[in-house]
Design a protein around this ligand. Structure first.
Ligand code: TNX
Length: 540
């Protein structure tokens, strides 16, 4: 019995349901004890596994009705055994060892041995930079991809195919079954980001790494870190040390401390993300949202007087002094240092809500800024407001305000690519519903369905598929102060947004997604990740 599941096909006939009954998007395989003994990696009688419940939904899944149970002798074979692939193998091993208690040796192996998990770029399925094929047979598992990034995405799929107990930090009884069949997968959009505002509230390196791990599970590939705002400057800049010494000393609510990353700490975050094939996109917000810099250096102010540090949550009151002589030098130095710390291609310069900068000054500032970013070797990203000024080729515009669709349309008219973060879909700081203790409501309530059930290509008139680089969820932290706060606002909505960015056009189906994400409840719980347990999702 062979069931082919295409993500576009939302109902598949279930082998065991009989009478033409259908079930949603999963095909379960149950061991037949009589065939068990014949397969060396068979599973105990009564074991079941599914190739369903993946988030994001893959492009195609084929189920062939058998089972493979990961044996205690399994190794992780990588081919070719480059340092980079061995590191990917170690990442997988580190996620499978605690719960299985298996040794899971990671080794180079050009000739596959049965019973193992094989990660290879030698035979690859032709699915691009992040695509992968995953095959489970009675004799083992193979993940193949053109690039290590694709293997990393395939590994997340493999983790989701194993029982939820695989995420436990201590040995579990097992078994560790996988349904036999295959997954063929690649992303719809190249950009599937999440933004964390570390400026309104500061988050430790450990918390940020935690969050990066959690988003990797849903195949997010960009980590946009909002490093500066009125309330804080969060990265040490060697040439302007007071930015962090003064500007990084407080946060919303008025707590004080070392609320900034040293350059070594920031580099550590960048490397941690890179090991998960997630690119860090640093943002320094200018010319508004700049009070922390203005409080740190008097000369950045037109009246040469440093402002007071700010720990409230208003926006729009601050501006760099556009014609003051040190401003261009400051911008060049700060962007130059952060560019040198981030290997990714992009620098985000903010540009939003510059309500205290005149239109003429704003336009002049953008003309100064664009060559500085180009000189740092990066591509410029700005919030949608930048599209009101002439953009150089290659600039990327991030849409955020659902009440302002003019700006993103201006961007498209300038042939800029756009990232969609419409606040009424993608803002993780909006409340889910009237019962959500944290968050804001200016863009409305954003429940799980609102965050999931949309198509980027039809969301905004005048902005089509080919204009869109991808989607990004944003977590602003005026009301968010701890990693627990981050988790409850991000999950499960971020998983839905990740699927919007990854899964094929036309596959978006709330009824299917709702059940698949429900199956992630035990996974998140086992991982120790908090999430919003709304009654709209039938959590397992
Ligand atoms: C708007 S989105 C902002 C942020 C706030 C956020 C709160 C954007 C570019 N600017 O400064 O933190 O709303 O939801």
């Amino acid at each position: 019995m062979r069931t082919v599941l295409q993500s576009f096909v939302l109902l598949a006939v279930c082998a065991g349901c009989g009478g033409g009954a259908t079930r949603t998007e999963t095909a379960d395989a149950t061991t037949d004890p009589t065939t068990d003994a014949a397969t060396p990696y068979g599973c105990p009688a009564g074991t079941t596994a599914t190739l369903g419940n993946l988030v994001p939904l893959p492009v195609a899944v084929t189920v062939d009705g058998g089972l493979f149970c990961l044996p205690a002798t399994a190794a992780i074979e990588v081919d070719p055994p480059t340092p980079e692939l061995l590191a990917v193998g170690q990442y997988l091993a580190a996620h499978l060892r605690p719960a299985t208690g298996f040794a899971l040796e990671v080794r180079g192996a050009t000739t596959p041995q049965p019973g193992n998990i094989r990660l290879t770029t030698v035979t690859e399925p032709g699915l691009g930079e992040e695509g992968y094929g995953l095959t489970v047979s009675a004799g083992g598992v193979t993940v193949s991809a053109a690039q290590p990034a694709g293997l990393m995405r395939g590994i997340q799929t493999l983790r989701q195919l194993l029982p939820a107990a695989i995420e436990a930090a201590t040995p579990q009884p097992g078994p560790w079954p996988l349904a036999t069949g295959s997954v063929t997968d690649q992303p719809r959009f190249a950009w599937r980001g999440v933004m964390l505002d570390v400026a309104r509230h500061f988050f430790s390196v450990a918390d940020v790494k935690h969050f990066i791990d959690e988003v990797a599970y849903y195949k997010i590939n960009r980590f946009h870190v909002h490093l500066t705002d009125d309330q804080g400057w969060r990265l040490a800049i060697t040439s302007w040390p007071q930015l962090s010494a003064i500007g990084g000393s407080t946060e919303v609510g008025g707590a004080t401390g070392k609320f900034f990353y040293s350059q070594a700490e920031f580099a550590d975050i960048v490397a941690y993300a890179a090991a998960r094939y997630i690119t860090v996109v640093p943002e320094m917000d200018m010319p508004g949202h700049s009070n922390a810099a203005l409080a740190s250096y008097a000369e950045l102010n037109c009246d040469h007087t440093a402002t007071a540090l700010y720990t409230g949550t208003n926006v729009g009151f601050s501006s760099l002094c556009i014609d003051a002589s040190p401003t261009a030098q400051f911008v060049s130095d700060a962007l130059g240092e952060v560019a040198a710390l981030t290997p990714g291609m992009w620098l985000h310069i903010g540009g939003d809500e510059a309500k205290s900068t005149s239109a003429a000054d704003y336009a002049a500032f953008m003309q100064t800024l664009q060559p500085l970013v180009a000189a740092s070797g990066k591509m410029l990203i700005g919030w949608a407001e930048i599209a009101h000024t002439p953009l150089k080729a290659g600039a990327i515009v991030q849409h955020w305000n659902p009440y302002d669709t003019t700006s993103v349309q201006l961007a498209v008219q300038q042939h800029a690519k756009v990232i969609l973060s419409p606040a009424n879909r993608a803002y993780l700081d909006m409340k889910y519903d009237g019962d959500t203790p944290l968050g804001l409501v200016w863009a409305g309530l954003v429940d799980e369905q609102q965050a999931y059930a949309w198509d980027p290509a039809t969301e905004l008139s005048g902005v089509g598929e080919s204009d869109i680089l991808g989607v990004e969820a944003a977590l602003w932290t005026e009301t968010i102060a701890t990693i627990a706060d981050i988790e409850v606002m991000a999950f499960p909505r971020l998983a839905g947004l990740a699927e919007v960015g990854w899964s094929p056009a036309g596959s978006n189906d709330w009824a299917s997604y709702r059940l698949r994400i429900a199956a992630h409840g035990p996974r998140l719980t086992t991982k120790g990740v908090g999430f919003y347990r709304s009654t709209r999702i039938p959590w397992q």
